[in-house]
Ligand binder design. Sequence first.
Ligand code: ADP
Length: 722
Amino acid sequence: MHKGMAMTHGKTQDSSGVRASYTLLLIFLFLAGGILTTGYLYFQAHEKQYLRKAGQELTIIKDMKVSELTQWRKERMDDAAILFRNSSFSKLVIRYFNNPEDHDARKQLLEWMSKFQGRNEFNNIRLLDIHGFTRLSVPGNLTPATPGELKDISEVIRSGQPSITDFYRSGNDQGIYLAVQIPILNEELGHALGILSLRLDPKEYLYPSIQHWPTPSSTGETLLIRREGDEVVYLNELRHRRDTAFSLRLLLSRKDLPAAMAVLGTTGIVEGIDYRGVSVMASIGVIPDSPWFLVSKIDNDEIYAPIRERLWIVVIFVVLLLLGSGLGVGLVWRQQRLRFYKERYKITEALRVSEANYRVLFREMLSGFARNEIICDSHGRPINSRYLEINPAFERITGLKAEEVVGRTILEVFPSLEPSWIEIFGRVALTGESIHFEKIASALGIWFDVMAFCPAPNQYACTFTDITERKRAEKELEQKNRELEQMVYVSSHDLRAPLVNISGYSGRLARLYEKIETLLGAMQIPEELRKDLSSCSAEMAESLDYVQSSVIKMEKLLKGLLDFSRSGKVEIKTERLDMNDLIARVFETYSSVMNESGIIKEVSDLPECTGDKLQISQAFSNLIGNAIKFLDPARKGIIKVSGRREGRESVYCIEDNGIGIAPEHQKKIFDVFYQLATSAGGEGLGLSIIHRIMERHGGKVWLESEAGKGSKFFVQLPGTMK
Ligand code: ADP
């Protein structure tokens, strides 16, 4: 039994332990999920914000470069404006072209041109005729114009407006140059005479200005490009590769090349792969009034470096948080396991102790103990049972040894056992309800007091004691009681006959005494003798009074005794009793005394009960009579009667606010002839009779009382079926 309980307990413990572990695992997963999501979202937001900032920075740089270049071109055109439509200069050119020997004109022209040489980035100033021949040059060499230059020259002559050429490679020194070309116009004839070409070296200002990156960056650079057929041509020197100007050309079909995107019309921020094959972020712009595009770009590696750094910080933080929460949850788990094992140990220990106690009890107890397994027929009806274990007391009581009992059936051990025993035990084993009963095993001739319970399904265990001796004593006592009662009845009945004689003869004596008194009064006797006689007669009268009052008291006592012994004899005729009616009738019999003393009665609605009308009336009459009798004269008497149903029983209460009963008397007042010193009249039998009536009805009477405050007498009787 105990092992079974231990296992069930262990199992519940285990499953609750596993449940707690799962809960903790879930908590950890939840925490981990939260940490990872937060980390991811934080990093994503940070990356987005950082990339937006990087793009903004690139755009600012690109815009700055575009405006610098535009400004530069405007300034160069302003330079051109000084000599464009300058009639003094045109006249000198006409003079010189018409007469190359005009030294004065030549000298003046060279003076004009020298003024520009060295100004800004201009490093070579040439005067060309409309056929593209160099007529004058500062400094000296009359280098012929390159085919690219010639193309631009004819364009300038045709338009009659100054312009800045594209980058070109010089045929002489293979250097890369640009030129501001100003048409020299014959104002009178309205056509061009030639061109003044101011050559610029981009290496001096343009390239450094484009290349300059305003923020500290290891990869940032700006490209100036233009389209040529299906190629993109890089016009400036680059940061990451040498000699690129004019020589680096890449196909437009490279769709991810930011430079190709630029010449194909994309603007703004783009991501792509640059000329080195490196992933970059770029901002694209257009230089107005020129075929040039500008790309400011920076390597993604550089942009992403701080992001990657932040990623690492986030990862480390997340890992630390995960480790922390894992550690926390792990600690809680460990704590829980520890508590769990401790509790388990405690339970096992408690079980071990209780098992040991159980064994000691089993061995030492005076009651017999047996545990049996019930055996049923095919309909599930109990027909026998098998002994599983018995204790030494079992052996002592039955005189059988454990070897003869354990493993065998109850009918094998006690073949003539009444079937009712198996029926009772079967009910305990099959329904699980416990039972306490006294029963004789006729086969053994032994009375048993048995307590049976169900320790496991289909089993019963019982403890039993041999009460044969007690039963015999009880029977004897009953017999003696009956004899005693008969004696009381007979003697109280028989004593009344002589009492009637005493009463009758004492009455006669009294009458005779009165007669003697009268006769003596009429007689003439000496005064001395009269005195003696009258003192004797006074004593006689007093003695007669004593005799008569004792007779009355004796009569009352005998009547009480007779009532008492009758209350145990008369047959009980039970019926359904309307207690509202019964109590009203009882109160009626006390109406005059109650009215005289101004006693208040309070009766609530009372439930019905079952009983003998006469006896129950007598009981309640006695109780209400006592309540009136023992009221406190110092205060107005109140008597309350109430009742309620309690399960199958009806319980009534008669409450008074009288003198009450001290605790030491409360137990004894139901004893025969018991009266308190304060008692007024009565024989001390009323409550004994009530007690007996209730016992015979299967009811109860008890009280609650406080001296000086009042008493409550409770009566419990079988209720009525509703
Ligand atoms: P008696 O004939 O004296 O009334 P009972 O058996 O009826 O005999 O009562 C026993 C004693 O219990 C009484 O003498 C009285 O002292 C006490 N007693 C009974 N009822 C009450 C009560 N309602 N209040 C106070 N004392 C009571």
